[in-house]
Design a protein around this ligand. Structure first.
Ligand code: SF4
Ligand code: SF4
Length: 134
């Protein structure tokens, strides 16, 4: 990224966070990416899952068949909720957290992944300082 583009990028991030109004973004606790909503993965063992980062829910399509596997994954995905704090968090627009990250970092879908929290806040601090990180 050139200096001008980087400065625009940096200012856009700062403006986004400083002017953040949760109602304007409409984040939800449900999974908002494609995983389990309209996409899936099937590993070499035949386990269908919402995405490659999630180890559950899962169904063996060799045993249950694809249609039943997909319906289970789709229905179970609708029950997954991330933490309420992440929905209203002012850093949410620049945070890379997701249900899979919460599960992997904390063991629960509604856990708050501390590592990602710290990463996001440090990224914002660096942007505020105007320093380049790459
Ligand atoms: S890793 Fe997270 S954002 Fe990516 S597909 Fe899985 S749940 Fe969605
Ligand atoms: S992981 Fe932390 S920084 Fe990210 S949205 Fe949740 S509370 Fe905010």
């Amino acid at each position: 990224m050139g200096d001008i583009a980087f400065e625009e990028y940096r200012r856009a991030i700062i403006n986004t966070i400083e002017q953040y109004i949760p109602e304007n973004y409409g984040y939800e606790r449900h999974i908002s990416c494609l995983a389990g909503n309209c996409s899936f993965t099937i590993n070499w063992q035949g386990m269908i899952r919402p995405c490659v980062m999630q180890s559950m829910p899962q169904v063996n399509v060799f045993d249950k068949g694809f249609l039943q596997g997909w319906e289970t994954i789709s229905n179970e995905t609708k029950k997954i909720l991330i933490n309420e704090a992440c929905v209203s968090c002012r850093y949410r627009p620049i945070c890379n957290t997701c249900a899979a990250a919460a599960l992997l970092e904390t063991g629960n879908y509604d856990g708050i992944p501390e590592y990602i929290c710290e990463y996001t806040k440090e990224f914002y601090r660096i942007m505020k300082e105007g320093a380049r990180i790459c």
